[in-house]
Design a binder for this molecule. Structure first.
Ligand SMILES: [Zn+2]
Length: 217
């Protein structure tokens, strides 16, 4: 797999001589006090076709992600600032309606509550797969197409032996960190790599890059 063409091809489609750079982590996830973060500046080359068209999805992604769990200080800062401002914009009511439509009633000990389920939101998952593909290009220096990537909320604890073997990359502990493991040398494993993404300290997602679209579960 000697497909090393870093900075010569679009990270998302492989088109040669891409004319723009894309922020792998949407800058919407960084509150004002984090604007100098190194992770925020993690960029990959992208053709303008792949870089455009996310202006509606990334704020939606941020809104679901910030609503989906216990807030830390960074999430509270986002809520005080950009998220509130974004919902008060002209199209704010539509964004709010989007969010409301993503809330699912669940039974709890205290009766029926509404909870955000990002893992069932296709637009949310599309942005998450794009983040994985950007990280993949940054780390592994070749692009993978969208149909090779799957993402889900992490539903089980990962054994600590496994976690310890996955170094933490680009730690910005209260915003975003990621770990990954490569399985290319293991013929019996259908995944090329597995990625563990943690947003705002407690929103954990697991992603897989598959060796072929047919090996998808
Ligand atoms: Zn492209």
């Amino acid at each position: 797999m000697a497909r090393r063409h870093k900075n010569k091809h679009c990270a998302y489609c492989g088109a040669p001589a891409p004319e723009t750079k894309d922020h792998v982590i949407p800058h919407e996830l960084y509150p004002p006090s984090k604007l100098n973060s190194k992770v925020q500046r993690l960029t990959v080359p992208a053709c303008s076709k792949c870089n455009n068209g996310w202006s509606d999805d990334e704020p939606h992604f941020r809104t679901l992600l910030t609503l989906a769990g216990e807030p830390n200080a960074a999430v509270r800062e986002l809520w005080d600032g950009v998220v509130n401002r974004s919902l008060r914009k002209e199209d704010g009511p539509r964004r709010l309606e989007d969010v409301w439509n993503r809330m699912r009633p669940i039974e709890t000990d205290g009766g029926v509550r509404h909870k955000i389920y990002p893992a069932s939101d296709q637009r949310f998952l599309k942005v998450m797969r794009k983040i994985v593909r950007g990280l993949h290009y940054h780390e592994r220096e070749y692009y993978v197409s969208d149909d090779l990537v799957s993402v889900d909320i992490l539903r089980t604890e990962i054994p600590s032996e496994f976690l310890d073997a996955m170094p933490v990359h680009h730690r910005e502990p209260d915003i975003f960190k990621y770990q990954f493991e490569v399985f290319d040398a293991f013929e019996d494993i259908p995944m090329s790599s597995t990625w563990l993404l943690t947003f705002f300290e407690n929103r954990k997602f697991i992603a897989s890059v598959w060796k072929s679209p047919e090996s998808h579960p």
